[in-house]
Design a protein around this ligand. Sequence first.
Ligand code: DX5
Ligand code: ZN
Length: 228
Amino acid sequence: MRREIKIAPSILAGDLGHLAEAVRLADHGGADQVHLDVIDGHFAPNITFGAGTVKALRKVSDLPFDTHLMLSDPLKYAPRFIEAGSDILSFHAEVLDRSSFAELRTLLGKDVKMGLAIKPKTPLPQWAQESLDKLDVLLVMTVNPGFSGQELDVTVLPKLGELSSLVRRVSEGVDIEVDGGVEESNVAEVVRRGGNILVAGAGVYTKGDAARAIKSLRGKALSAMVVK
Ligand code: DX5
Ligand code: ZN
């Protein structure tokens, strides 16, 4: 089974004064889901927006909301992001352990998909390796969390390849999301290494025409899959 390519524009790279417009651009531009970066200023050195904003944006589009929680205390805030209408909630492995992961999985139930995110230098912890069958998404960061517009760290690509193979052995149903610096020039390589949910902030919102950028990313990603 081949995982489906999904393009997920990160609105952090959009016009922060008009986030609803950024969501609309993704929706009308043919994106598959919207990536929402929530950062608490503690887990990573930036502060973005909270559950209230996610809830307000929910009215703008029916696309799945892929909420990436870069928070030091995800257990405390997860219920609010579920209530706000997130379809996928991703949590960082760096602030979880086996028991908090299990607690979050229970909290999300069947309706909300669960993602586990790891920073570029973080190896997948043992408890996470043993929990892959309970995951919906493994989110591999290719920049340090905090800001859009950074360059993809190519030294993460071997890890991405290894994790994709590992996940594929355990469960074909788990999506591999790649987040950070994904753009036209590297999307094919990211797909060849197993990525199928492709987050793109600057790669969509700084290109002048979001719809065109999404189409081009998808085209390059699909060709890379065919070649494989
Ligand atoms: C970084 C965020 C990313 C980022 C993506 O903390 O998790 O989602 O905004 O933006 P680009 O594609 O510009 O790196
Ligand atoms: Zn993100």
